[in-house]
Ligand binder design. Structure first.
Ligand code: ZN
Length: 349
């Protein structure tokens, strides 16, 4: 499916466009996607391989119910002293279930299976895998993805297809194999060796290198760079409008032509690659960058002091200039002409 606002191809089933944050059209329910194999260790021994989406879902629910049932029974048995140490407990079962459900590589809805074209050669495949190698955590601090030399979450990587971008800012379709099954997962990454390094899975889940990537990041109303549209919606509610070329907001030297616009807050949230890549405070906004307490009413000297900048930034004098300051952890502040906006961004030019 494609975004109605900007035309970006969206992963089936996603609620928001990963590029501009526009909500997905609600009409068409996606066709049942090809089904990844069940998580290892989760299916009972001797069970048949799943062969269809709804069937697999039903099987999954059945197994989950079975696990709960066992857990309940186990709890009762433990409670009445029927079982010794080492028997199944509710906690263990719940923990196992949470872990299995959380694996986005196996459990997510894959996109584009069967629709891949260009396979990356071996050398480049190794190169890109090295870039994204390691553990990746969600905002709750759960380690959800581990990328190895030839595997992701112990699923063999058959190949990377249709890679776009380069180096630390790229994405592609990963064809994975497990138990004789093949399926595709879309991975996009933005890596500059900072806390903001992100890996997005199927365009709807953004993971970071550390368990608590957001702790050191600047925020506005609790929103920091790298958050998903769902997280932003939780913090700020729905925006008044989704910006586009035909309803852009111009402030000083810059025109915001995509993102979520909150006019009464004087706030624009810009998305790219499935997560927040820009947070703009507009002149007149009463909101502040919460770590520093500053906004468009603050002086550049105050910014230099609060963020420990080497020198005080100068405002751009015309539309062709820009003024920026790196404030660490991969975050850059842009100051607009006449201080019409201050933009917090993952990009530095
Ligand atoms: Zn879009």
């Amino acid at each position: 499916m494609f975004c109605e606002k900007c035309g970006t191809k969206m992963p089936e089933g996603s609620r928001f466009c990963p590029e501009c944050g526009a909500p997905a059209a609600t009409a068409a329910q996606p066709a049942q996607p090809p089904v990844p194999p069940p998580a290892a260790g989760f299916s009972p021994q001797g069970s048949a391989q799943p062969d269809g989406g709804s069937k697999n879902l039903a099987l999954g629910i059945g197994i989950a119910a079975l696990v709960l049932l066992l857990a309940g029974g186990g709890f009762a048995a433990w409670h009445f002293g029927w079982l010794g140490k080492g028997d199944i407990t509710m906690e263990a079962a719940a923990k196992q279930e949470a872990e299995e459900v959380a694996d986005p590589i196996r459990a997510s809805i894959p996109m584009g299976t069967g629709n891949v074209n260009r396979k990356l050669d071996e050398k480049l495949t190794e190169k890109f895998l090295r870039i994204i190698q390691g553990d990746w955590y969600d905002s709750k601090g759960r380690k959800l993805v581990t990328v190895g030399d030839t595997q992701i979450n112990d699923c063999k990587i058959e190949g990377i297809y249709d890679l776009a971008g380069g180096g630390g800012l790229a994405g592609g379709t990963f064809r994975l194999q497990e138990n004789g099954q093949e399926w595709d997962v879309r991975l996009d990454w933005n890596i500059s060796k900072s806390d903001l390094d992100s890996l997005s899975v199927n365009g709807n889940q953004t993971l970071h290198r550390t368990a608590d990537a957001a702790a050191d990041l600047e925020t506005v109303s609790g929103v920091c760079l790298g958050m998903t549209p769902e997280q932003v919606e939780q913090k700020l509610g729905k925006p008044s409008s989704n910006l586009g070329k035909d309803n852009a907001v111009t402030a000083g030297d810059y025109t915001f032509s995509k993102g979520w616009y909150y006019p009464d807050k004087g706030l624009i949230i810009v998305f790219g690659n499935g997560s927040v890549e820009g947070i703009a405070l507009l002149k007149g906004s009463k909101l502040r960058f919460e770590k520093s307490g500053l906004n468009c009413q603050s002086s550049l000297e105050e910014y230099a002091k609060a963020y420990g900048l080497q020198r005080t930034p100068q405002l751009p004098k015309n539309r062709y200039m820009s003024s920026q300051a790196s404030i660490g952890n991969g975050q850059t502040l842009y100051f607009g002409m006449d201080m019409e906006y201050v933009l917090l961004s993952i990009y530095a030019t």
